[in-house]
Ligand binder design. Structure first.
Ligand code: DAH
Length: 345
């Protein structure tokens, strides 16, 4: 029995020493030290031993067990360490490799121009107002001195949703809404950027959906010269101090008198070229003194209050400022076009 135990010890220690991984080591543990293992088997024969020999054999069996499990513990540590090292080697990375550059995005050119115009007017004390794109016929037309059946409604072909609602054809309804909110009292000084919709066939200069920025100032003693001075500051700040402006008489139902503003052509400096169609001037926006009917409909006393208004198209302004020849470039979002407006850090 003694010899058998010694043999088992030698055999087990050899196997432990040769174990290649933790699983193999565990299998050895189960097969030698487990309840069904050979050591347990040998000890079952202890009953046959004399009372004198029994404790000696028990002590020897414990020694053998301790020797095997002691060796196993050491081997286990060794194998665990090896496994960690192997994993570290597999996951090693070169932290000195250069990174992949992250591409910077940029504002859409229309967003940039609208923000530039907003900032300009905010600097002159204006606040920014917004209104709904699905608008009531009343605010889009009637409150702007365009009653039903008025021929000037044909100037703006509309997308009607119901008889009384449509996609707004301009940002001017925000004027009417804002004045109405003020209930005929106190000054108004706003700009209103937003999307507008018209039943137009898309081409290089037309789009069924485009942007507008509306401006409105109402107070006591607002005069045409205030309008002219404001537009002059705006045009020079946006296009350059060397640009001239001129106001041409025009017609809009919501203003009286009405004007269109031109700026001198940058390309030819006023002598006439293909961009300004030989005139030396480029049309930028429509404007005028708020029609008394519009003031009255919103609750303002037109004897006490006067005002001016203007409306411009940021696409047209961006086209002139950046030399873009087709309005559709703003909506098709070809990255080759958009990239030209990105600001490299
Ligand atoms: N609403 C006009 C349009 O879409 C533009 C306009 C002209 C707005 C004159 C105004 C204005 O406020 O005074 O064509």
């Amino acid at each position: 029995m003694q010899d058998r135990l010694k043999e088992l010890q030698i055999e087990a220690l050899e196997k432990v020493a040769a174990a290649a991984d933790l699983k193999e080591l565990n299998d050895i543990r189960v097969s030698y030290l487990g309840k069904k293992g050979p050591i347990t088997e040998v000890l079952k024969g202890m009953g046959k031993l004399s009372a004198e020999e029994r404790p000696k054999m028990g002590a020897l069996a414990n020694e053998v067990r301790d020797a095997i499990s002691g060796q196993m513990e050491g081997k286990q540590k060794e194998l665990e360490e090896a496994a960690v090292q192997k994993q570290l080697a597999a996951e090693e990375m070169d932290v000195t490799l250069p990174g992949r550059p992250v591409k910077m995005g940029s504002h859409h050119p229309l967003t940039s121009i609208i923000e530039e115009i907003e900032d300009l007017f905010i600097g002159m004390g204006y606040t920014v107002e917004e209104g709904p794109e699905v608008e009531k016929d009343y605010y889009n037309f009637e409150a702007l001195n365009l009653p039903k059946g008025h021929p000037a409604r044909d100037m703006q072909d509309s997308f009607y949703i119901t008889e009384e609602t449509l996609l707004r054809t301009h940002t001017s309804p925000v004027q009417a809404r804002t004045m109405e909110k003020h209930q005929g009292k106190g000054p108004v000084k706003i700009i209103c950027p937003g999307k507008v919709y018209r039943r137009d066939n898309d081409d290089a200069t037309h789009s069924h959906q485009f942007m507008q920025i509306e401006g409105l100032v109402v107070d006591e003693n607002i005069r045409m010269s205030d309008l002219k001075g404001t537009l002059e500051v705006f045009a020079k700040k946006l296009f350059g101090e060397d640009r001239e402006i001129r106001l041409r008489p025009s017609f809009f139902p919501f203003t009286e008198p009405s004007v269109e503003m031109d700026i001198s052509c940058k390309i030819c400096g006023g002598s006439g070229c293909s961009v300004c169609k030989g005139t030396g001037w480029i049309e930028i926006l429509g404007a005028g003194m708020v029609h008394p009917n519009v003031l009255e409909m919103a609750g303002y006393d037109s004897k006490k209050y006067t005002g001016f208004a203007f409306g411009m198209g940021p696409e047209r302004i961006a086209m002139l400022k950046y030399g873009v020849d087709d309005i559709r470039h703003f909506y098709t979002n070809d990255v080759r076009f958009l990239k030209q407006f990105s600001v490299e850090e």
